[in-house]
Design a protein. Structure first.
Length: 228
């Protein structure tokens, strides 16, 4: 591409050239502002891997801004999640994923997003147990991959069962996303391995392990962890 004029390069090629120009200067730090935004899906993956390898080999501190949570999770050594110009949480990517500090972080990190259910005064005795926060308005979070689907019927054992009606199913190869509406009116997503899933209109129960629940107060702040 050396003999081409800038106007003859695609947006993705211009971004990669800009990254190369920064690298050869050997700066004290790299500031990346969504460098992969103009690349197609396949090129984003390969370029993301190259950036990771370059950063490790050069050993240069890099600040990387992105709205793509996959980029954030795979590239970051330390993740900073910002909401409206303020920092909601700082930590290693896996820690942020497993213990989100706010409902914003909980729904921003992870795809599909974490399911959030606002409790009424009559329900949290079942879900919160120890009653350390106000029951009214408490928010229960459960990730789609931490839910299972069972046939409609009695609630299974000590797990929490939430009856639903399947509204849509997305099969994406190795897994399926089941969209349903709970009897209490909330929409919920269940992430299942494989392609087997109930059909739209079928009844089922979304089963949640109590240990996998995330509990937030009404203002969206984390109050209990899955280990509490």
């Amino acid at each position: 591409m050396l003999d081409r004029k800038p106007r003859q390069l695609s947006g993705g090629q211009r971004q990669r050239v800009a990254m190369g120009r920064a690298i050869v200067r050997r700066p004290a730090a790299f500031l990346f502002d969504e460098p992969l935004s103009n690349l197609d899906a396949k090129l984003r993956v390969s370029t993301r891997v190259e950036i990771k390898k370059l950063q490790k080999s050069l050993g240069t501190t890099s600040i990387y801004v992105t709205h793509d949570q996959l980029e954030a999770m795979t590239l970051a050594d330390m993740l900073v999640v910002m909401n409206g110009g303020k920092v909601d949480q700082i930590g290693p990517p896996l820690e942020v994923y497993q213990r989100p500090a706010t409902t914003f972080v909980a729904t921003f990190i992870g795809a599909p997003a974490m399911n959030l259910l606002t409790m009424s005064g009559a329900e949290p005795a079942l879900l919160l147990g120890n009653g350390t926060i106000s029951a009214e308005g408490a928010i229960i979070g459960i990730r789609p991959e931490d839910l299972e689907l069972a046939a409609a019927g009695p609630k299974p054992g000590e797990a929490i069962g939430m009856p639903l009606t399947v509204s849509a199913v997305e099969r994406v190869g190795p897994e399926s996303f089941v969209y349903g509406t709970l009897d209490r009116g909330d929409n919920i997503i269940v992430r299942l391995p494989g392609t087997h899933a109930p059909a739209p209109g079928e009844r089922a129960i979304a089963v949640a392990n109590r240990a996998k629940l995330h509990v937030f107060s009404a203002d969206g702040q984390r109050r209990l962890s899955s280990s509490s």
